[in-house]
Design a protein around this ligand. Structure first.
Ligand SMILES: O=C(O)C1=C[C@@H](OP(=O)(O)O)[C@@H](O)[C@H](O)C1
Ligand SMILES: C=C(OP(=O)(O)O)C(=O)O
Length: 449
């Protein structure tokens, strides 16, 4: 599951109108959580619509390594027969989480209050990402971590033998850190309290409640205060995973910048903690509508319709919105390059510690393709070229980052000359059907070499 042995160079040619229906895969965040919580209760959890991307498949394998039975029917339904809160077995092998920050951090949380030891690794990208943000709070429960310098993987976690509950204020806006602490709190007797100053995606809270945990969320002066009662008996669930808004962002944004396009993206999860991009696009003047708004499996869902929008203008994206669109800044910058004026993105330091330094990766690739970008530690500005005016023509580096790869493939669809990637293989981590899906809409993406 570690770094792809063979890079897959790709090139995206300018194309005609994109049209049709884009059925994007299941939500990655919800898929990881469904497998982990399924493994933490006794009985069978049934999951429909699970994302079968490499990140989530690595989590499925990890849950097997911790003793759960995880199987897939021919029709794509997944079954998890869990071991119960506190019932993880000690894995006999190193847990390889591949490219997945969410996978490794949530699983570390889940095992940190169980009397077992596990060693985690990943690909070159994951092994360079910071883990102290998770191991620091896990130490408060009594767990011990030993990793490489700078708190990097590979890393061994010795779970607390006698875990104590914790009260923890998350110092960075991170749903992964919040979730790791909550999952650790599951096997600590008493109440674990997590406080976040800025609201981040709340799938863990929603799903814990759905599995029967006692969890309360209060909006207090100090922030969002989440209180979880430890040692619950979780009840297995049937889960329908909504389609991923972060994946929907690619066909939606491509449709906005390719002349004549009209694309529908059905059944997209529109949890407000995830929907910031769509709000931003509308403020820029995108022709983007929500149709058939409904609730499915405890999450708000709608069909999106995106049409070519040649008159978009740059805006200053409110920093308070960053957490609700954190993974969408790369593709937003591609739309910004096709808008008029400056798009200003501030309060986005977290982008520097994702699968790549996303500000650096996008700035480099955009500049190579003729777009002006300014950047600082926690901000960047994309200077729009106007609709259809991005020169293109360069080959960009993707740094093992799926969202960088997909963003530049979308840039090529609307540029004057094709845009090439050194390696499109990482796309399979979150959106394994990206190429056929985009080809079905009319895109012209080719593998090279
Ligand atoms: O909890 C999650 O499922 C995620 C949280 C975010 O990361 P951070 O917690 O590091 O912000 C996001 O970037 C990631 O793609 C998924
Ligand atoms: C940041 C991302 O994922 P992760 O942190 O799980 O690797 C992402 O999918 O954009």
């Amino acid at each position: 599951m570690s770094a792809h042995a063979t890079p897959i160079p790709m090139i995206s040619h300018p194309c005609g109108a994109l049209s049709g229906q884009a059925e994007v895969p299941g939500d990655k965040s919800i898929s990881h959580r469904a497998l982990i919580l399924g493994a933490l209760c006794v009985g069978e959890t049934v999951i429909a619509g699970l994302l079968e991307g490499e990140d989530v498949l690595a989590t499925a394998q990890a849950m097997r390594d911790f003793g759960a039975e995880v199987t897939r029917d021919k029709d794509g339904t997944w079954h998890v027969n869990g071991v119960g809160v506190g019932g993880f077995a000690e894995p006999a092998t190193v847990i390889d989480c591949g490219n997945a920050g969410t996978g490794v951090r949530l699983i570390m949380g889940a095992m940190a209050t169980q009397p077992i030891t596990a060693t985690f690794t990943g690909d070159a990208s994951l092994n360079s990402r910071p883990m102290a943000r998770v191991t620091d709070p896990l130490a408060l429960f009594g767990a011990r971590a030993l990793g490489r310098s700078g708190g990097r993987l590979p890393m061994t976690i010795e779970g607390a033998r006698a875990p104590v509950p914790v009260r923890y204020t998350v110092p960075v806006p991170s749903a992964q850190v919040k979730s790791a602490v909550l999952l650790a709190g599951l096997n600590a007797p008493g109440e674990t309290v997590v406080i976040e100053k800025e609201a981040t995606r709340d799938h863990t809270e929603r799903m814990l409640a759905g599995f029967g945990a006692e969890i309360a969320v209060d909006d207090a002066e100090e922030g969002r205060v989440i209180t979880l009662k430890g040692r619950p008996e979780l009840a297995p669930q049937t889960i329908a995973v909504p389609r991923d808004p972060s994946s929907a962002a690619f066909p939606v944004c491509a449709a906005l910048i390719v002349p004549g396009s009209d694309v529908r993206v059905p059944g997209i999860g529109l949890n407000p903690t995830r929907a910031g991009l769509f709000e931003t696009l509308r403020e820029m003047g995108a022709d983007l509508s929500y149709e058939n708004q409904r609730e499915e499996g405890g999450e708000p869902v709608a069909d999106l319709r995106a049409r070519y929008s040649p008159d978009m203008t740059g805006i200053e994206v409110p920093p308070a919105r960053a957490a609700s669109m954190i993974d969408e800044y790369p593709i937003l910058s591609v739309v910004a390059a096709n808008a008029t004026g400056d798009t200003v993105m501030r309060g986005v330091k977290e982008l520097r510690v994702k699968e790549s330094d996303r500000i650096e990766a996008m700035a480099r690739g955009l500049r190579a393709n003729g777009v002006e970008v300014e950047d600082g530690e926690d901000w960047w500005i994309v200077k729009g070229c106007g609709a259809g005016q991005v020169p293109g023509g360069a080959t960009v580096e993707t740094f093992l980052d799926h969202r960088i790869a997909m963003s530049f493939l979308c840039l090529g669809m609307a540029a004057k000359s094709p845009v090439a990637l050194d390696d499109g293989a990482p796309v399979a981590t979150s959106f394994p059907i990206f190429e056929p899906l985009m080809a079905g809409l009319g895109a012209d993406i080719r593998r090279q070499g």
